[in-house]
Design a protein. Structure first.
Length: 252
């Protein structure tokens, strides 16, 4: 009876810790999905991988350690030290995970070299670029931006020097950024062939129909399709003729 009572107390404390950790995890997940990594970026830019790490730290590791070390026979001081130590490890690890996810969140989706590429917050922060400026280029979240190809020798040399000396790819170079809607005529000739995509991936047709129905568009050829190149998988972004974002499809 004595051992069963101790086991019950350990389970109750472990369950309480799990419930608290789960609540924190759900809040973080809500922020990730709705603000930092809205789809398709949650799947393609590491949100899924990141949330698995957070879950392992917050929902599994902390409560498990509590379950292991908690002993009702210990003094209040010993229990306070043990739980405080576990909580400190959990908080530090969780803060590191959340900080990494925040730094790597996509803050711009830039059109360059026939496709869209995402830009993480860290890449722009390291340049001292104020992220609020992106709102002047697009009202989408994250903003869609056009990177203008240099047309004179001086600008070409500037772009090359930033690539070689600062390791900044063109889509990270903010001096090239322009509003996408003002360059719809330049990007239209570079769109994907949706008929070819549907032929290779028949399941895409249902995804596409769902997106277009919400926009009250009946003809699949009345919109524009562009490749989104991401860290883990590629998607197809859909825009109207004025370069307004409508949604996405996932051929995979």
């Amino acid at each position: 009876m004595f051992n069963n009572a101790h086991k019950s107390k350990r389970l109750i404390v472990g369950l309480l810790h799990f419930c608290i950790s789960l609540s924190i995890f759900l809040i973080i997940l809500l922020v990730l999905v709705n603000f930092w990594y809205p789809e398709p970026y949650f799947s393609t830019e590491g949100g899924t991988q990141g949330i698995k790490i957070v879950a392992g730290i917050d929902v599994v590791l902390g409560p498990l350690l509590t379950l292991i070390v908690f002993n009702p026979q210990k003094s209040t001081r010993e229990l306070t030290v043990d739980i405080g130590f576990i909580a400190s490890i959990q908080i530090i690890a969780l803060m590191w995970g959340v900080y990494t996810l925040h730094n790597q969140r996509p803050v711009a989706v830039v059109f360059w070299n026939n496709s869209f590429l995402t830009v993480p917050a860290q890449a722009l922060n390291e340049q001292g670029y104020a992220l609020e400026k992106l709102g002047d280029l697009s009202d989408a979240h994250p903003p869609f931006v056009y990177a203008a190809t240099p047309v004179n020798l001086a600008d070409l040399m500037k772009m090359r020097d930033l690539i070689l000396k600062q390791h900044l790819p063109p889509h990270h170079q903010t001096w090239l950024y322009r509003p996408l809607k003002e360059h719809s005529s330049e990007i239209k000739p570079k769109q994907l062939n949706i008929d070819g995509i549907i032929a290779k991936h028949p399941g895409v047709k249902n995804q596409l129909s769902s997106v277009l129905e919400k926009q009250h568009i009946g003809n699949i050829h009345d919109v524009l399709y562009f490749l989104l190149q991401s860290k883990y998988s590629d998607s197809v972004l859909i825009f109207d003729q004025q370069a307004r974002y409508l949604g996405y499809i996932d051929p995979d």
